[in-house]
Design a protein around this ligand. Structure first.
Ligand code: GUN
Length: 294
């Protein structure tokens, strides 16, 4: 039987309405949540993602600003900008879009953000808090995955969740988040990656499989157990001369094959992607409330 589609687009639209209501309520206190997004260089995918984030900010009434610095900007130039952002009381959330150019160390750059404005949750203090089970900001993609599952009626409590990928943006924070000792979480988590032995066997043992490895259509039908729930975080460009842009976007999961085996699956696009953007805005509203003492 074909899998149920977990509709991230629809659930993200509901979240937008909810966030919009919160923004209206803050307007009653004369507060407009504001997000500053910093990019160094002109990475094409980063430009697309940041524009999508800015559009959603507009839709829900969050003020947003994209600051784009030249690709050869020094660490001290970025530092100067982030210090301004940290000190600006009208800015509640700030993110530095990744990847950064080679000459900039992400750990050093992300450490410059005020943790109270770090709505991506990438500052080492926030990453550490999450690892300790007491998060301030949970990164947007992991939180988006959890909310998507929860609102689709897929509980993670006690389930075996196999997370494929160990990035600081998705895999590691997701594993840390889902295994927190808290109602609605409490998952049994296995984190596997490109160097894992018997990867297929590990993935097949998952009640829920999250593919975040950045390899187009890597997860095939034979890798997932019948009835598993499959979440696809991938967003890979594959050359396609028949497509207008010369490429098409595919996930980390071989969708047509896996949807015949799984009980539920997220599409690409329209699955995790829209949830991620909504969660960033939710974190921004949360930061705004906390900084405003609300
Ligand atoms: N690059 C890919 N995903 C993200 C994200 O969620 N936040 C930032 N800042 N950069 C990214």
């Amino acid at each position: 039987m074909a899998a149920r589609i977990l509709d991230g687009k629809k659930i993200a639209a509901e979240l937008r309405t909810e966030i919009g209501r919160e923004v209206e309520e803050l307007a009653g206190h004369n507060i407009v949540p504001a997000l500053t997004m910093v990019r160094v260089g002109e990475d094409p995918a980063s430009i697309v993602y940041m524009n999508a984030k800015a559009r959603l900010c507009d839709k829900v009434g969050v003020r947003s600003r994209i600051v784009s610095l030249p690709v050869d900007s020094s660490e001290s130039r970025v530092k100067g900008l982030l210090e301004e952002v940290n000190e600006d009381p009208a800015v509640h959330g700030a993110i530095v879009q990744l990847p950064l150019p080679q000459h900039l160390d992400p750990l050093r750059i992300l450490s410059l953000l005020d943790p109270a404005k770090d709505v991506d949750g990438f500052h080492p203090l926030n990453a550490g808090r999450l690892a300790m089970g007491t998060p301030l900001f949970v990164p947007a993609t992991p939180m988006g995955i959890h909310v998507l599952l929860e609102r689709s009626g897929v509980g993670v409590e006690g389930a075996h969740v196999v997370v494929m990928g160990r990035s600081n943006i998705v895999g590691k924070p997701l594993a840390n988040f889902l295994s927190i000792k808290r109602s609605g979480l409490n998952a049994t988590v296995t984190l596997c990656h490109s160097a894992s032995s018997n990867l297929e066997r590990v993935v097949r043992s998952g009640d829920i499989v999250v593919a975040a490895i950045g390899r187009a259509e890597f997860v095939t039908g034979s890798m997932v157990s019948p009835g598993a729930v499959v979440v696809d975080v991938g967003m890979n460009r594959v050359a396609d001369e028949s497509a207008e842009r010369g490429y098409r976007l595919v996930g980390d999961v071989k969708y047509d094959e896996v949807k015949e085996i799984a009980s539920a699956i997220t599409p690409v696009p329209g699955g995790v992607g829209p949830m991620t953007v909504a969660m960033l805005l939710r974190n921004t509203v949360q930061a705004c409330r906390a900084l405003g003492g609300l």
